[in-house]
Design a protein around this ligand. Sequence first.
Ligand SMILES: Nc1ncnc2c1ncn2[C@@H]1O[C@H](COP(=O)(O)OP(=O)(O)OP(=O)(O)O)[C@@H](O)[C@H]1O
Ligand SMILES: [Mg+2]
Length: 258
Amino acid sequence: MPTPTSDHPIVSLRDLGVTLTGAAGAVEILRGIDLDLSAGETVSVVGPSGAGKTTLLMVIGGLERPTGGRVTVAGHDLGALDEDGLARFRGRHVGIVFQAFHLIPTMTAIENVAAPRELAGETDAFERATTELTEVGLGHRLGHYPGELSGGEQQRVAIARALVNRPGLLLADEPTGNLDAATGGQVMGHLLARSRASGATLILITHDARLAARCGRTVHVADGRIDASGGGDGPPGGSEGGSGGDGHDTVCSDDDAA
Ligand SMILES: Nc1ncnc2c1ncn2[C@@H]1O[C@H](COP(=O)(O)OP(=O)(O)OP(=O)(O)O)[C@@H](O)[C@H]1O
Ligand SMILES: [Mg+2]
């Protein structure tokens, strides 16, 4: 399988391994992962439950440390960074959308979105937050608390928050997993459109084959490895090359159609 490369890969994984040792003994969660992602590329990550997809995303985002191999993101060797360095790296380069939103319930939509911008020490946090929330269609909900928003609206707030620092790398872990198909399709459309407009690289974990197909490339993870055979659940001939030769092979479709 050809692996797209670039003179400036934004993500480079070499022989990446994660082994966790708990009461039940050592568990090899990721084993020998090699992967390069180009700037602006959109990639879906698919595979069975427990395959290691979330762990992979957390390692790329600097939220979990690998136990082997090398992770380079946006030119930073993450293994060389201490905790403060990793926090700065995340603030500058990474936006993360978690499946369960992880909004702060005591903060309004605009406060939730502004928070990472304020943490970055910028003075335009509330202007930026207003812009991002307006972009996802929530300009009329700035002062609502998460409990006063629908599931799809909460997820759009989470997307706005992930984008507020205009990260080069956007990570999304089943961002539509809690939503009905129509709302999920709309949320996905917002995510793709915003990441495309900002030129960000998007890594999307999803169990939904239709959403996965809206990305330029699909990476199959099985049993802690990248499954070069495609996992048997993709279209014949493999889908890694893009979306059917339509000339947009590194850009997700941002159609709102679910
Ligand atoms: N702290 C831990 N200690 C031991 N094993 C763990 C730990 N955290 C996760 N695992 C195991 O690592 C494996 C991969 O977990 P991960 O969350 O990355 O899977 P996933 O592919 O995202 O699955 P899903 O699709 O269900 O979200 C699982 O088998 C899980 O049980
Ligand atoms: Mg997961």
